[in-house]
Design a protein around this ligand. Structure first.
Ligand code: NAG
Ligand code: NAG
Ligand code: ZN
Length: 599
């Protein structure tokens, strides 16, 4: 066995062929890009075509992620650490209270290390400097779903909303495809006001799980209808801020992504919703002091851009923090004279997307934006006279992020370089969108010139290799990954997947005392149990009501067959989150040949 200090493979930088060989070795060693993902992407993007790229980029990144699945409906034991307080103990037995649930989608513990070091570098802060959120950590959540050790956001949020384990892809339905009542629905029924604030589509899994029920998360058109009140409970959400307008617009309208001609905005207005759809409309809300509820604010067709890009477009899109403040003040004002407070869910949705994209620069800005919103929630709770609590956690980790990366076969240096991230001004997703635009508008344009300039100006990288430029020119469909990878390698940021991982995630709270039941290591369903107990609401009664009234909302499909109001149940063997089913290891490691386009 070679001693660590002896290079396993000598490298001569000026020697092209040796370098190529070394790079091959590096790729193998660092486990980069097995063949499954890029092969799929290639086909996928081929079909859709370059022009549609901007719209589907995020979806593609999510669909792409391939994770192993283990079929098991058995619920793991919900043990708490020995001696821990197992009672959920609201601050006082009665009285008005507010609950703010914050979800940092896809943020694992390493996202915090990454962001903290980045912030210290960027602002020349001492290494003792912490993020705001760091100072409120109280525990950890285990995240597995009912059918996999690696959850998705749908099963993850169902654990929070219903307090129950379900399968990946389930939007507040159980493994037997019956609906489960949510804390938001029960809160509304009990007289609380309710709100959802996100940076992704409001029809995406996390927000959907609080106020909709469908068997497959992909049924976002149906989710939009349910959010507007077209389901057994009627309207339950008082305030909605985020993206995802395309699922609300009829397919005859520009910017629509609906499969039918229903006008969901119109439907919402009939239910009383005040609708705002741009920055000017948002500004008129005066950060919450001029809001009429119910409010529907949709500021992007799909996702609100990553914070790293949005900060230059704040005249178009509000930030997570601005939306959070608006929601807090509006709901607080609306419950001023009530003996009940409000339930608000705020999601930093796109931390997850940056993880799927393996884009560390985009991720640190997403986490910092979440930290800003987190600080605003704390400030609100401090000033507000009503009792209140904030609980913040993630549904899962995304990317298998590591703040270290072995780039060479020699014994690794103990280093990672946040300065590389500080040089990046554009997300890999946006840069690829710009690149696609350039290619489609200039079919005979100077691609190499464009790419070289963009890498310097937007990624702040001054040592691009010829092979990297060639890769981007020859394989534009994987350029979002290549751009992100160039940043990841230079900063020595490691990723083990474009999908999710089974890592435990942190739990934070404004009050460790009031959230004593969540101190320590917990199953994610215990977070859901805490939410309902804190608000003292009857979620089981909602479940019964959904079951009783639901049948009246079943519909007929084009073929005249009855379809549940919760939509189609996936066919046997059809995975509910768009991935191939894989219940256990089938010895398929050897089938994953290295992809010859991935260099
Ligand atoms: C729009 O939806 C209707 C069904 O509501 C469908 O018949 C029609 O083909 C769709 N049009 C387009 C352009 O997709
Ligand atoms: C960042 O960009 C500057 C030029 O703008 C360059 O001199 C420097 O080397 C870059 N830093 C890193 C860590 O790449
Ligand atoms: Zn995800």
């Amino acid at each position: 066995m070679a001693r660590p200090e002896e290079p396993l493979l000598a490298r001569v930088d000026s020697d092209d062929s040796r370098e190529r060989e070394a790079e091959e070795e590096d790729a193998l060693l660092t486990g980069e890009r097995n063949s499954t993902s890029p092969a799929r992407t290639w086909k996928f993007w081929r079909e859709i075509g370059l022009f549609a790229w901007a719209l589907i980029a995020t979806t593609a990144l999510i669909l792409l992620a391939v994770v192993l699945q283990k079929q098991s409906d058995e619920r793991p034991g919900g043990g708490r650490p020995g001696g821990g307080d197992t009672d959920t103990d609201p601050p006082s037995s009665s009285g008005k209270r507010n609950l703010i649930m914050m979800v940092s989608d896809g943020m694992g513990p390493t996202s915090l290390s990454l962001t903290r070091s980045f912030k210290q570098f960027q602002y020349e802060l001492p290494f003792s400097d912490q993020l705001v959120i760091d100072q409120y950590m109280i525990g950890q959540s285990r995240t597995r779903s009912s059918n996999s050790l690696v959850t998705d956001s749908a099963a993850g949020a169902t654990a929070f909303s219903c307090g129950k384990k379900s399968y990946n892809g389930a939007i507040s339905v159980l493994p037997d495809h019956t609906p489960c009542g949510t804390v938001l629905e029960a809160a509304k029924k009990a007289g609380y006001m309710t709100g959802l604030v996100v940076t992704t589509r409001i029809t995406d899994a996390t927000p959907a799980c609080f106020a909709a029920h469908v068997n497959m998360r992909s049924e976002e058109d149906r989710i939009a209808e349910q959010l507007m009140g077209d389901y057994p409970l009627g309207r339950v959400v008082d305030l909605i801020l985020g993206g995802g307008r395309c699922h609300f617009l009829p397919n005859t309208t520009e910017g629509s992504c609906r499969g039918d001609s229903k006008d969901i905005i119109k439907m919402g207005k009939k239910e009383g919703f005040h609708y705002v759809n741009d920055r000017a409309g948002f500004d008129k809300l005066k950060l919450g002091s001029a809001v009429s509820l119910p409010l529907l604010g949709l500021f992007a067709d799909t996702d609100i851009p990553y914070e790293i890009d949005r900060r230059y477009e704040s005249d178009i899109y509000p930030s997570l923090d601005e939306m959070a403040k608006t929601a807090l003040h509006a709901l607080s004002a609306a419950t001023k004279d009530s003996d009940k407070g409000f339930f608000l869910m705020i999601e930093g949705s796109r931390i997850d997307h940056a993880g799927h994209a393996n884009d560390p620069a985009a991720q640190v800005h997403e986490v910092l934006a979440y930290d800003d919103a987190f600080a605003s929630v704390l400030e609100f709770l401090e000033k507000d006279s009503a009792d209140g609590i904030m609980v913040s956690t993630s549904d899962h980790e995304t990317g298998g992020l590591a703040t270290a990366r072995q780039l060479h076969p020699t014994y690794p240096d103990y280093l990672w370089y946040p300065g590389v991230l500080a040089n990046v001004s554009t997300s890999a997703e946006r840069l690829a969108q710009e690149y696609f635009k350039f290619r489609s508008e200039n079919p005979n344009g100077d691609k190499a010139g464009w790419v070289k300039k963009a890498i310097i100006e937007e990624l702040g990288i001054h040592d691009a290799k010829a092979a990297e430029i060639v890769e981007i020119i020859d394989h534009p469909e994987t350029s979002p990954y290549t751009f992100a990878d160039m940043v990841s390698r230079r900063s020595q940021t490691g990723w083990s997947t474009h999908g999710h991982s089974a890592a435990d995630v942190n739990i934070y709270s404004s009050s460790a005392k009031d959230a004593a039941a969540l101190v320590g290591n917990h199953e994610n369903t215990e977070i859901g149990e805490f939410l309902r107990n804190y608000l003292d609401v009857d979620v089981d009664a909602i479940t019964n009501e959904l079951k009783e009234k639901g049948t009246q909302f079943d519909t007929l499909n084009a073929a005249g067959e009855k379809v549940s109001w919760m939509g189609r149940v996936a066919d046997d063997g059809e995975r509910l989150d768009g991935q191939d089913h894989l219940d256990h290891y089938h010895g398929d490691f050897k089938k994953h040949k290295r992809c010859n386009i991935c260099g």
